[in-house]
Design a protein around this ligand. Sequence first.
Ligand SMILES: *Cc1c(COP(=O)(O)O)cnc(C)c1O
Length: 354
Amino acid sequence: MKKHNFSAGPSILPQEVLLKASEAIIDFDNSGLSLIEISHRSKAFVDIMEKARALALELLGLEGKGYKALFLQGGASTQFLMVAMNLLEKRAGYLNTGAWSQKSIKEAKILDDIYEVASSAEANFNYIPKGYDIPSDYDYFHCTSNNTIFGTQIKAFPKCDIPMVCDMSSDIFSRQLDYSQFDIIYAGAQKNMGPAGTTLVVVKEDILGKVSRKIPSIMDYKIHIKQGSMFNTPPVFAVYTSMLTLEWLKDLGGIAGIEIENEKKARLMYSEIDLNPLFKGFAMKEDRSEMNATFNLVNDNLKDTFETMLKEAGISGVNGHRSVGGYRASMYNALPLDSVKALVEVMSELESKA
Ligand SMILES: *Cc1c(COP(=O)(O)O)cnc(C)c1O
């Protein structure tokens, strides 16, 4: 039986995407060859790469606005360093909203001076700091749009006179935003787009080429752009599957279409967390993530009963991250509303039992 998959990452993908991807592994497009045994320089694969790049820009509303989309390797974690290598000359400002922000800061600090414009570390990152200043003479500002582990999400991005870089690994393509306020957006595929193995990087070309350091080729956005995201062998299966998910999303009405579904799921989930006296939410209400809902049992004595009930209902992947504990329901684009209904049912059944 198919489970209700609330995994935080790698995470649920649309069933039809999994089906098409698995067919391509055996026989790609009736070619008699597998997708993963053909040259990445073949027309068949170059078309896939170009389509994936174009769809990413189209869905984000960034076509014709000076942006390029790349599908790179090394995960979002490599971008922590790559962003700094390409943009950091003297000093950059970072918003510290959780474990992933901290890691991005750590990597950038290897190269140069980093200033934390604000942090919510003192409250174990249960909120998003607001009202901070971003010095206009810095090289760039970096933030994390959605804090996968803590379940917080930036709702309004700061006005920023310098290039704004955003790690959107866990909420890319989930909500309507003016994406042109960002100069670099990056996201590991495995949360909301595809399998692990590729990272989408969307770069505004005119911010590049301004640092004095020598950048190793594999770390240089300009080289990846020049080579059409084919500087070296790309992760062909991850790119193809991501392309299928982007097509699926476009057919659903793009980000505007999926946003309506995501709001329904989040509303249902949080109303249960708020109304059910057995549970309490972790994140401050105004900063709650629509992708990852974090919550705890008020009384830990119910843990075993709750977890047995979850298992019986076919609900998988709701255990919280070790740094927060409790539970985390990840409600990425591909998660159906019915899965949230199933989880909420178990929570209310627990209340009627207790
Ligand atoms: C998962 C995650 C990462 C790490 O991505 P990798 O692809 O594993 O390097 C970085 N940032 C955020 C916000 C994440 O959720």
